[in-house]
Design a protein around this ligand. Structure first.
Ligand SMILES: [Fe+2]
Length: 248
């Protein structure tokens, strides 16, 4: 199998057309070292199923909000582990189909959900942030925030509260929910639990301890409050526009 780009990664794990639209705004390709790099917006591929690859970070540092050792460990070790785990699950399920042997199917389906979701969310996490923050909600995004969540400030308050209150390890997620055509805040446990199917994540904040413990220790709330200062609204705006366009 060939390496799996972000668009195909999302397609492969069954996130549907809306997420493919999101993937188009996050389009990625491979750099000379084999890692996945950002491509021009709207880039797409017609290739079939491919293996997952680790994207290149779009910036060298997010300090002081996220210290450099945490950023490096998080990306190079933790995210890389999810890439490896997702590929292992895909390969194990291929072997199971070939052998018509599903004795371990429960294990590998759970592995696919955990590591596949871990890879997708971490890919979105890197593009939810920019050093010092970047941009503001677009006019369309601001209108949707007003209509769905009482505006940007109310959304951020709910997002921060939900993210700080995640039980154990998980994520805070701002998402577009296409059935009700609304923005919602989700409180995701681990990587794959507590969602609404079909939602397109726009902004995600990782509150697994590996995301903040070196600098913030047990003060998760301080990390989340600081994280609000590095939000990349430009990326969120693109994902929102693509999601709405795909749902029309
Ligand atoms: Fe993480």
């Amino acid at each position: 199998m060939v390496p799996l780009g972000r668009r195909d990664a999302l397609k492969s794990i069954g996130l549907g057309g809306l997420s493919l639209a999101m993937a188009a705004t996050l389009g990625c390709g491979k750099d000379e070292e084999g890692e996945t790099a950002m491509e021009p917006e709207g880039a797409a591929t017609t290739a079939g199923p491919q293996m997952y690859t680790l994207p290149v970070l779009p910036y060298p540092s997010l300090a002081p909000v996220i210290d450099d050792p945490t950023l490096a460990l998080h990306h190079d070790k933790h995210h890389a582990g999810y890439v490896k785990g997702a590929n292992a699950a895909i390969e194990a399920l291929e072997k199971a189909r070939a052998a018509d042997d599903y004795a371990t199917i429960k294990h590998w389906e759970r592995e696919l959900a955990f590591h596949g979701s871990g890879h997708v969310l971490h890919t979105l996490y890197w593009t939810s942030m920019w050093p010092g923050g970047r941009g503001q909600p677009s006019a369309e995004m601001a209108k949707a925030l007003d209509a769905s969540l009482g505006g940007k400030d109310k959304m951020l308050a709910q997002f921060a509260a939900a993210t700080k209150a995640v039980e154990a390890s998980g994520w805070g997620v701002l998402a577009y929910e296409p059935v009700g055509r609304r923005l919602i805040v989700l409180q995701t446990e681990r990587h794959q639990d507590l969602t609404v199917w079909g939602c397109v994540p726009l902004l995600v904040c990782d509150v697994w301890e590996h995301a903040y413990y070196l600098k913030y220790q047990n003060k998760r709330a301080d990390y989340v409050d600081a994280w609000l200062g590095v939000i990349d609204w430009e990326s969120a705006n693109k994902r929102f526009a693509a999601a709405v366009n795909a749902s029309d």
